[in-house]
Design a protein. Structure first.
Lengths: 207, 403
């Protein structure tokens, strides 16, 4: 890397200023797919943090031995191996959530955030900063997933983590859950709102 | 009138920059230009000078909607009395009942929408744009009469913000604002927007009418069709008291349905006003009906018990549901429709075809017309692009031959 970035920045920049989802617009697909409920969103976020951090460290350790021509293949193999491990762990210890997430754990392999971080950071940095970068970007992704899932589950089902939040008397007075929040288009609109809010507070991002 | 003008001129300084009510400047400006022709004129560039500014255009569209609104009021009362089963009430009582039923919805729609418009206009330091004048009256017209008020408020706020204001306000929206409101309601609260409950007013209002029992149901003709799937050789549509409906009833519109879109007759009167004043494009209206007629003919040639709507005759298809209303008032929205002449034919024709296609072959979505117009809104710029490119290519070819 041309310029030396401090470890602190590596860890905290992806949370807001350089967020992978709402600034770089990566990983949108899974943000739409797994955020109808809060629980799968959290599990998905944790899985991405784990896979991204470990893949970053492994790739960073072997970065000088990988021939440039086949580096994408090597990256894919590492990520695929980690994803399979995560998937098996979820099947063993969190079967219900794993059923809800269905193919999307497997599809972490194709998540643009992973390939982006491996190419852009891990291939040219030492293991420790790479680890922090993986954690940071994973957290940035998870935060957005949790915010989106919070609003979608609250307005779409009236629950949070499966617990009834909107009191029963609301329903008796004619309140109804918003079915559109469960459908994917609303995830996109909620993400857009987050981007809107963030850009209006962050002067650097305004064009 | 003189008095009003004098009053507006006297309070003007209060609303100028630095005045007492500076924050309400856009509101003042909106009312001032709504009531009187603005005294300022453009002094640069080339401008068309015409009394027909967008405020006057909107007023005429609202006027064209009046027959539908009045008929909707009468029909609401008529259906209510029919459902009570004790004979019809006096004409004026039924009209008054419908008026009282729709008034809160009109108020909610206008207050929510205009409130957001005023805030945004003030925030951006722009004039208030008048697009909501029409949208606000369209929204109650295309909703079932029993839609809860808070749902109308939520849906109106959603579509004004996300369909209109984020794209830059009136004239920049990609989708028709009123239709997105309806689509939002349809997808967000399906229980309250379809089925056999919401299309008949159920409660007495200010002592007029009587309360219906909870068990009472009255499906719209399209709703009845959807439930016939699988076991019908032909279709018989019935009114809510069980009498059979003729094509003439469907045309007149004394049937359950969304408030203002049941009567094809009143819609045609509105269409006549719009065409006479040159506001709506006759090309679009004609081609929507042509597309709908052609698709109805095709579905009618291959009727199947799986899709009961395929038994309907062409005229019934065109009179039922929101088709005619969409053709006249929604598809012709000059902002979201195609702009080129040939593009208008293609756009309208596809709206008609897709509307009937969705209605017939998807029993879950009887409101095919709404979805068809929204879909074609998305494609209108592409249609225009293709038409313009074809024209350019043709002329370029001609230039090459001549040279």
């Amino acid at each position: 890397m041309a310029e030396k970035v401090s470890n602190k920045k590596v860890l905290f920049n992806p949370l807001s200023k350089d967020n992978p989802v709402i600034v770089q617009i990566l990983g949108i697909c899974s943000a739409l797919a797994v955020t109808a409920k809060l629980e799968p969103a959290i599990v998905m976020g944790l899985s991405v943090i784990a896979v991204l951090a470990l893949a970053n460290v492994i790739l960073s350790l072997i970065r000088n031995t990988i021939p440039t021509n086949i580096r994408i293949i090597v990256q894919l193999v590492v990520v695929a191996g980690l994803v399979v491990i995560v998937n098996q762990l979820l099947l063993a210890y969190a079967y219900n959530v794993s059923k809800q997430l269905s193919v999307f754990i497997g599809l972490i392999i194709t998540n643009c955030i992973l390939m982006g971080r491996l190419e852009a950071f891990a291939m040219s940095n030492k293991p420790w900063p790479s680890f922090l970068d993986g954690i940071g970007n994973g957290l940035g992704y998870t935060i957005i997933l949790i915010i989106v899932a919070f609003f979608r589950e609250l307005l779409g089902c009236g629950t949070l983590l499966g617990i009834q939040v909107i009191p029963e008397c609301f329903y008796q007075h004619g309140y109804q859950n918003n079915g559109l929040m469960i459908l994917p288009p609303m995830a996109l609109i909620v993400v857009a709102c987050i981007i809107w809010v963030q850009h209006s507070f962050n002067k650097d991002l305004q064009e | 009138m003189k008095f009003l003008k004098r009053f507006l001129d006297r309070v003007r300084p209060d609303f100028e920059e630095g005045g007492r009510f500076q924050s309400l400047r856009s509101v003042y400006d909106g009312f001032d230009t709504f009531l009187f022709t603005p005294s300022t004129t453009a002094n640069s560039g080339v401008h068309v000078h015409d009394a027909m500014d967008s405020k006057r255009t909107m007023i005429i569209v609202v006027l064209a909607l009046m027959p539908c609104l009045l008929f909707g009021m009468y029909n609401t009362g008529y259906q209510h009395w029919l459902a009570c089963g004790q004979g019809l009430g006096p004409f004026w009582t039924m009209l008054l009942y419908g008026f009282l039923a729709v008034l809160p919805k009109l108020a909610v729609s206008y207050i929510t929408g205009l409130g957001i418009e005023f805030i945004v206009a003030q925030w951006r330091r722009e004039e208030i744009q008048e697009g909501f004048l029409v949208t606000g009256i369209l929204i109650p017209l295309i909703c079932p009469i029993e839609t809860p008020l808070w749902m109308i408020a939520v849906a109106t706020a959603f579509s004004v913000i996300f369909v209109k204001e984020v794209f830059g306000g009136t004239g920049y929206n990609i989708f028709n604002v009123a239709l997105v409101t309806r689509a939002f309601l349809f997808f967000a609260y399906p229980g309250a927007m379809s089925g056999d409950k919401p299309f008949i007013a159920r409660d007495s209002i200010l002592g007029i009418g009587s309360d219906l029992p909870d068990s009472f149901t009255g499906a719209t003709p399209l709703g009845q069709l959807a439930t016939m799937a699988g076991d019908a050789d032909s279709t018989t549509l019935t009114a809510i008291n069980g009498a059979e409906l003729s094509s003439w009833d469907l045309f007149l519109g004394l049937i359950p349905g969304s408030f203002g879109e049941t009567s094809t007759l009143c819609i045609l009167i509105g269409a006549a006003i719009l065409l006479f004043t040159g506001i709506a494009s006759w090309r679009i209206i004609i081609s929507v009906f042509a597309g709908g007629a052609m698709m109805s003919l095709i579905t009618n040639l291959f009727p199947s018990p799986e899709y009961p709507a395929s038994f309907l005759s062409i005229s019934d298809q065109l009179c039922l549901g929101g088709f005619a209303f969409s053709a006249v008032f929604m598809a012709t929205d000059p902002v979201t429709a195609a702009h080129t002449t040939i593009g208008k034919y293609i756009y309208g024709f596809l709206v008609g075809v897709i509307a009937i296609m969705i209605r017939t072959y998807n029993n879950g979505y009887p409101e095919g017309a709404m979805l068809a117009v929204l879909l074609m809104n998305a494609f209108a710029p592409l249609i225009d692009y293709c038409v313009v490119q074809c024209n350019i290519n043709r002329r370029a070819k001609r230039a090459r031959i001549n040279s």
